[in-house]
Design a protein. Structure first.
Length: 865
């Protein structure tokens, strides 16, 4: 075993420390870093499975131009030439960079320097526009800077933690575990505000299933309640402006607007008002709205008015999604910012940065925000585009339109680790990036803690880091100041720039890290310069011109009413075990078991009205596009407000791309799209047949609906069609590359067909077809891949081998049937006892909310059994 390398998880913004080592066979071993302050040794299942996602099969290993492998020189010269020519002919705003909150700070710094300081355009935006922009805008309106006031330990020191628009249990699992541990130790009250009953509700004292989009009203009502009950802080108020106007505006919100029962509403208002140590955590249920910035400020108003901010155990807390969402904000990744929290539109700030960079021309007005940027691409105003570390053809709203715009753009380069993502397929030039474990740099987590990502694997093929690619193109465009030897030198330059920024009054000061030993840099929270204070604003000093915090008057409004043509409002978001477009988590079979295909969670009343039964397929249509999704009937969602996850792509389920349905409707202040309220129509998909297949080798079905997922021996595929093939045997053969089935079992009268394909007596594939959703033990069939094929067509294990059912605990691979059996037949009564008996939930803990629900008899209804 090699010595463990200390690095940081590449997924969510909790920013857990990871120890990575390799054994003699080259296998990677992953463990939580017990010394990292964010996680103290814990990991969630995605982090724990990192070692299973590092295979290089199918990786992009060399630059490609027009699909052909070329040298780095050729690819980089081409990008430099096309960017330079386009700028010469059409000006700096005719080119753009679209980057990612998953880039490392050093990558981000170089991209930003190139675009804003040397190309002289601010057309560099990032997927953080889809993620954190409303929080950024809300922070800047209230505080004068984009600063998260608190620390994770505030969640542990609070007496009340309110989680609003956050599915913390699935999206920030280790932070959720820290919160639950604090609750167990000191009785923290937890309130979840989410129209959907999520896994996060399992650990909560109160779940407020408010009307979707009503958060602004709710926090306005809270502000009025605080005022009316004398809870405004007399000590803090002189440090604020706008309190009267904010209360006056809040008076227009009414209790009915929230959709909550008076009792629940009162309980919440009294709890919040009566608890000094309160933390309000918020995430995409707030940000991803066309009034997202106002909702952020409605929350901040309550914390400001009561002075419950920046002190131990209290404050508003915007949890960041991506591993470096925060770092990207610090380094000025958004179109309207400069590095180190300096502002693009402030001439003094611009001059300071330009002086430091010795740059020829500085952008002096904000560039185009993501949605507008891709519309400019569509209209041909942007003629050369470079996309790094993000997959906009899947994750942007109006995704079909975005994909068409990318395809039609004169010149597109993409940096990725895979050649065949939905976005990479559309690019003229592909640049192979080094991935997690192969590269070095820093990330900043939700609590402003900067941690190192460190390489422990060699770069495969010709892959090179993103920062290097950007710096090379900059040099080839003739720019000075891009000749760093490594990320440590970039970080050093950035730390020195932050001293310049501090002189301009910026709070982002990491000048104390200039000249630091980069290789051994321990996790450190900023500011780390002249000041090292851990929390902000508790002292009543803000970064506004007059130094006072600003309360903002909020006229809350609900999302536009549903229309007759599109009567449903589609909520979208994440599932526990997948990361965005699944280009990494999708590789680990155990992460694909929990929820294996795209689905539509629909209230029983809606399902009944639409004639949709569980496990059938629904066709969902919006003015922007169309999707086909598996129906999951559940009262966790409200009538009229179904939910669908965002993870499936053209590679994994072409009709499951949820952003094809989402409109490009944005918050007017932040430019963040409203990704959680698409107006859609739903109808049954007229399936004539349903199918399920397992296959050792990859395959691409030719039918209306399919969804692929990895299993240990290959892949599993759900299928369906609206027309029947003439000859099922021929169709099955075509699916498996032309080989004839070794075994077939057909009952044409019932429309049931089963085929098995073998090689040397071992199962290489199987297809089950039926006129209704296929009922069989999927796990069992997948397990037979590569084994004896004798009873493959039976579809279920023999009586001697119980079927564990769909995976609930992905760490220890414990299935639903096993758990239900333990509950019903072995008398197990608690989550702890399930852990002792089966191991379920005893490792990362992410499935504990689901175990608790099962124990309460609220079994989940799977999309497919
Ligand atoms: N497993 C997993 N974890 C992740 C990620 C992942 O892909 N997979 N991605 C990471 C990233 S980049 C991000 S940004 C975070 C996102 O983390 P979260 O924001 O927690 O996740 P989401 O599922 O997008 O949305 C959160 C909740 O908002 C609710 N919601 C929808 N509309 C409203 C509303 O009007 N009001 C309120 N109060 N709630 C509403 C939804 O029902 C949903 O449960 O997760 C990070 N962590
Ligand atoms: N409907 C709906 N849409 C949403 C959301 C939602 O809640 N609902 N959430 C939005 C949010 S919050 C976010 S953050 C976005 C996320 O959306 P994206 O950022 O578009 O999704 P990812 O799958 O994370 O894309 C990362 C890409 O980088 C590649 N990659 C991996 N490692 C490296 C590397 O080291 N270098 C390079 N160059 N590439 C690499 C991956 O293969 C992948 O193609 O989605 C947004 N879209
Ligand atoms: S909570 Fe999970 S995904 Fe997030 S950083 Fe920690 S291990 Fe990674
Ligand atoms: Mo995000």
């Amino acid at each position: 075993m090699t010595a463990a390398v200390r690095t940081t998880c590449p997924y969510c913004g909790v920013g857990c420390g990871v120890l990575a080592s390799r054994d003699a066979a080259g296998r990677v071993h992953i463990a939580g870093d017990p010394d990292h302050p964010a996680n103290r040794g814990r990991l969630c299942v995605k982090g724990a499975a990192l070692g299973e996602t590092l295979g290089n099969d199918g990786r992009l290993l060399a630059p490609r131009v027009g699909g052909r492998e070329v040298s780095w020189d050729r690819a980089l010269d081409l990008i430099a030439a096309r960017f330079s020519e386009t700028i010469a002919a059409h000006g700096p705003d005719s080119v753009a960079l679209y980057v990612s909150g998953q880039l490392l700070t050093e990558d981000y710094y170089v991209a930003n320097k190139l675009m804003k300081g040397f190309i002289g355009s601010a057309n560099i935006d990032t997927n953080s526009r889809l993620c954190m922009a409303s929080s950024v805008a809300g922070h800047r309106r209230a505080f004068g800077s984009d600063t998260v006031p608190g620390q994770y330990e505030d969640l542990e020191e609070a007496d009340l933690v309110v989680l609003v628009g956050s599915n913390l249990a699935w999206c920030h699992p280790v932070l959720h575990q820290r919160l639950l541990a604090a609750k167990a130790a000191r009785g923290t009250k937890i309130v979840v505000i989410d129209p959907r009953r999520t896994a996060t509700c399992e650990g909560a004292d109160l779940h407020l299933a408010l009307a979707p989009g009503a958060d602004g009203h709710l926090f306005n009502l809270l502000l009025c309640h605080l005022f009316d009950h004398g809870r405004f802080s007399a000590e803090f108020l002189p440090r604020l402006t706008g309190a009267d106007a904010a209360v006056a505006a809040a008076r227009t919100s009414r209790a009915e607007d929230t959709g909550l029962s008076p009792a629940d509403l009162d309980r919440f208002l009294e709890l919040w008002a009566g608890t000094q140590k309160v933390v309000t955590v918020y995430s995409q249920g707030i940000n991803q709205s066309d009034t997202g910035t106002d909702k952020v400020n409605a929350i901040l108003n309550c914390h400001l008015a009561t002075g419950r901010i920046g002190r131990p155990g209290m404050g508003p807390f915007s949890v960041t999604g991506q591993p470096n969402a925060m770092g990207g904000r610090e380094v000025g990744g958004l179109v309207n910012m400069l590095a180190c929290h300096l502002e693009l539109e402030n001439p003094g700030h611009r001059a300071a940065v330009q002086g430091f960079w010795a740059s020829p021309r500085m952008a002096d007005r904000p560039g185009l925000k993501a949605v507008d940027m891709f519309r400019a691409v569509e209209e041909g105003r942007i003629k050369a585009l470079w996309i790094l570390h993000t997959n906009p053809a899947v994750t942007m709203p109006e995704a079909d339109r975005v994909a068409r715009a990318i395809a039609a753009c004169d010149f597109v380069a993409a940096s990725d680790i895979w050649p065949d993502t939905d976005t990479a397929r559309l690019a003229h030039v592909l640049l192979p990036a080094t991935g997690w474990g192969e590269k070095d740099g820093t990330v900043t987590n939700s609590e402003r803690m900067i941690s190192r990502q460190r390489a422990f694997l060699p770069a495969p093929g010709l892959a090179r880091p993103d920062w290097w690619q950007l710096a090379q193109v900059a040099q080839r465009m003739g720019f000075q100041g891009f000749d760093w030897a490594g990320p440590g030198e970039i970080f050093d330059e950035y730390a020195r720039l932050s001293a310049v920024a501090a002189e301009q009054g910026s709070d982002f000061d990491i000048s104390g890290l200039a000249g630091a030993e980069y290789d051994t840099l321990p996790p450190v929270t900023w500011p780390h310069g002249r000041s090292t204070r851990r929390r902000f604003f508790g002292d009543g000093r803000f970064h506004t011109p007059d130094g006072r915090g600003r309360m903002i008057p909020i006229s809350a409004r609900l999302p536009a009413h549903a229309t007759e043509a599109h009567p449903f409002r589609l909520n979208t978001g994440r599932i526990r075990d997948q990361w965005h477009t699944m280009t990494r988590t999708g590789l680990a079979p155990r992460l694909s078991q929990h929820l294996a295909e795209p689905y539509l969670e629909l209230h029983p009343k809606d399902a009944q009205r639409l004639g949709l039964a569980s496990a059938t397929l629904a066709e969902v249509e919006s003015p922007q596009g169309r999707a086909i999704l598996r129906v999951l009937v559940s009262d966790r969602v409200a009538p009229g407000h179904p939910f669908a996850p965002m993870h499936w792509t053209g590679q994994t389920a072409p009709t499951g791309r949820i952003d094809a349905l989402v409109p490009g409707l944005c918050d007017p202040v932040s430019g963040q799209p409203a990704s959680k309220s698409a107006a859609v129509a739903i109808r049954p998909f007229p399936a004539r047949w349903y199918g399920f297949a397992v296959a050792r080798e990859d395959l691409t079905p030719d039918c209306d609906y399919w969804a692929k997922g990895r299993v240990a021996g290959g892949l599993q595929v759900e299928l369906a069609g609206s027309s029947l093939p003439e000859d099922w045997s021929a169709w099955a053969s075509a699916l498996f590359g032309g080989t004839a089935p070794a075994m077939a079992l057909s009952d044409p009268a019932r429309g049931v067909h089963r085929f098995a394909f073998t090689e040397g007596g071992q199962l290489t594939g199987a297809l089950f077809v039926s006129p209704d959703p296929v009922r069989l033990s999927r796990g069992h069939l997948a397990d037979l891949l590569g084994r004896g094929a004798a009873d493959a067509l039976a579809g279920r294990p023999g009586a001697d081998r119980p079927d564990p059912g769909p995976t609930v605990c992905a760490c220890l691979n414990v299935g639903l049937n096993t758990i239900l059996d333990a509950i019903h037949n072995r008398g197990i009564l608690s989550v702890e006892a399930l852990g002792t008996a089966l191991g379920a939930g005893a490792n990362c803990g992410s499935c504990r909310p689901e175990l608790a629900a099962l124990l309460q008899g609220q079994g989940r209804r799977e999309a497919a059994e």
